[in-house]
Design a protein around this ligand. Structure first.
Ligand SMILES: *Cc1c(COP(=O)(O)O)cnc(C)c1O
Length: 260
């Protein structure tokens, strides 16, 4: 730490990204990347942007959000495109957490939640998993705190039914319940439809895993338009051009080739 480093961050322990070895590897499991490249349509879409790199990207991601809205079955203002889902999680922690609005999450879960909580001085309420590594939904009922977990959870692979998550949202109506669906495409039911029922439910998805696009950095946050508006306030106060031109085009192509 240099003598210039803000005292506010003095005790910060940063997240350690999974190792990216500089030698060719066929199947890389430590960060759950796909061994397969994205579709040819995605590659073409990226190439098509090269001649336009002198121009700023659309900060609203208009065309991408339109494609995403169609896929997720929500309105374009009920979702936000982000620079990987970590970006959405950061925006949500900034928007909805503070000293008086703790974040509750399980031990174990995705390691970044505790880092963001520390960084932003949001009290973390860590709740142990059950003996069998599952989350007990009863532990989260009526907490009066924000809640965040991955579903299916990481690294346990155990999932809660959307109905149980709906009950958690209903019992914490004055706080936000964030569901990180990084692995949902591999075989679980998404909570996206429930975001229309619960105005405090925010679902985060990523193109890093199931869409083979980890290096492109693309994710989405889906929720009530008021929640999305708050996240946009944070985005436009920090990083309005967070989803670059090539990634926007790649995302549209990936939605168009969903079967791939
Ligand atoms: C990989 C992963 C993320 C981060 O995804 P990016 O979109 O690449 O930022 C978030 N949450 C969980 C549970 C993950 O496994």
């Amino acid at each position: 730490m240099s003598r210039f480093f803000s005292a506010r961050h003095a005790s910060l322990v940063p997240y350690t990204p999974g190792e990216q070895p500089q030698i060719p590897i066929t199947a890389k499991l430590n960060t759950n990347e796909s061994p397969y490249p994205p579709s040819e349509g995605v590659a073409r879409a990226i190439t098509g942007e090269i001649g336009k790199l002198q121009l700023y990207n659309d900060p609203e991601c208009t065309a991408l959000r339109k494609a995403a809205a169609k896929y997720y079955g929500v309105a374009p203002d009920e979702l936000l495109a982000v620079n990987g889902s970590d970006d959405a999680l950061l925006f949500a922690f900034i928007a909805f957490g503070d000293r008086d609005r703790p974040m509750a999450f399980p031990d174990l879960t995705y390691g970044f939640y505790s880092v963001y909580a520390d960084f932003l001085h949001i009290p973390a309420h860590v709740i142990p998993l059950r003996e069998d590594f599952s989350i007990d939904p009863e532990d989260y009922m009526g907490l009066g705190e924000n809640v965040v977990f991955a579903n299916p959870n990481a690294p346990t692979g155990r999932a809660l039914a959307p109905g149980e998550i709906g009950r958690i949202a209903a019992s914490n109506p004055d706080r936000v319940v964030i569901v990180d669906e990084a692995y949902v495409d591999f075989g679980w039911e998404s909570c996206v439809p429930l975001t229309r029922e619960y105005d405090n439910l925010l679902v985060v998805q990523t193109f890093s895993k199931s869409r083979s696009m980890a290096g492109a950095r693309l994710g989405f946050a889906i929720g009530n338009r008021e929640l999305i508006r708050d996240m946009n306030t944070v985005k436009y106060s920090t990083d309005p051009y967070n989803v670059n031109r090539m990634t926007q085009a790649a995302g549209i192509a990936a939605f168009a080739e969903n079967d791939y």
